[in-house]
Design a protein around this ligand. Structure first.
Ligand code: PAF
Length: 282
């Protein structure tokens, strides 16, 4: 497994691999890897000849009061997790190499897609994500890129970017990997104190409650959201940011549920912001 920090070297590697007919699978990450990331790597390994994983905590997707400085980082641990999976390259650029002149050119998906749900609470998030992912695609030149459904809005936004800007690659979205009690795996779970970690299980419980109601035939968005809020309120110190029930492909709000839907929520437990969602076909 090679660790490459130079942009030129990364692109040269990819060009050589492509020239040999290799399909390059790419897993962009911010490191501090967990089983969710590893499931993407395993899938990439199955579907591609060459697998590149990037580790880059992207400053442009963090707001000024967000957790950029304290975002967990542990390269040694990440490399030890990736090595046994047969990863070919870990792309590990420095911020000053990725953004040598700051960033004057951005990729920004207009309209409502990036302004709602998480975008309403993290206004720079998606502009930062689309910009860095576009840069990474241009450097790594993958045929397939893998993302986790836990970041449901990110997946929809990136699909839109790839389509609208004609990136010659396929976006693959894979299911959320969960802890035993249902908590979605996230690098940010490491911020949770033990009592907060216990409380965090209520997120998945509320999503399962929604799923149960839908199974029983409930189709009213308001009814489902109210029941979820009641469930979430069984735990103290939760600050709900949003619960949204939306069309899976467009993230349009739904009053009455039908078709493919996503039920997504974001909340804070103490100082830690967590997100989760489920996707259902009605
Ligand atoms: O999902 C993430 O970890 C990040 O948003 C991504 C896609 C690696 C871009 O920095």
């Amino acid at each position: 497994m090679k660790v490459i920090s130079s942009l030129k070297e990364m692109t040269l590697f990819s060009k050589k691999a492509s020239a040999k007919g290799s399909i390059i699978g790419f897993v962009p990450t911010m490191g501090y890897l967990h089983e969710g990331h590893l499931s993407l790597v395993r899938r990439a390994k199955k579907e591609c000849n060459v697998v590149v994983v990037s580790i880059f905590v992207n400053p442009s997707q963090f707001g000024p009061k967000e957790d950029l400085a304290k975002y967990p980082r542990d390269l040694k641990r990440d490399l030890a997790l990736l090595r046994p999976l047969g990863v070919d390259v870990v792309f590990y650029p420095q911020a000053k190499v990725m953004y040598p002149f700051g960033c004057a050119a951005y990729v920004d998906i207009g309209g409502n897609l990036t302004k709602k749900l998480c975008g309403a609470f993290r206004p720079v998030l998606f502009k930062g994500v689309t910009t860095i992912v576009a840069k990474l695609f241009n450097i790594v030149l993958p045929s397939k890129a893998y993302f986790g459904q836990k970041d449901a809005q990110q997946c929809v936004v990136l699909e839109k970017m790839v389509k609208d800007l004609n990136f010659p690659l396929q976006v693959v979205t894979l299911p959320t990997v969960r802890e035993k009690d249902g908590l979605a795996m996230s690098s940010r779970n490491s911020y949770l104190a033990p009592d907060e970690r216990k409380d965090a299980a209520v997120i998945y419980k509320s999503l399962m409650l929604a799923r149960q109601m839908i199974k029983k035939g409930v189709r009213s968005s308001i009814k489902i959201k109210s029941a979820m809020i009641k469930e979430l309120n069984t735990v103290k110190h939760i600050e709900l940011q949003y619960i949204s029930i939306v069309k899976a492909e467009t993230l349009e709000d739904l009053k009455t549920l039908s078709g493919e839907i996503i039920i997504a929520l974001a909340l804070k437990i103490g100082k830690t912001r967590l997100i989760d969602n489920i996707r259902l076909k009605l």
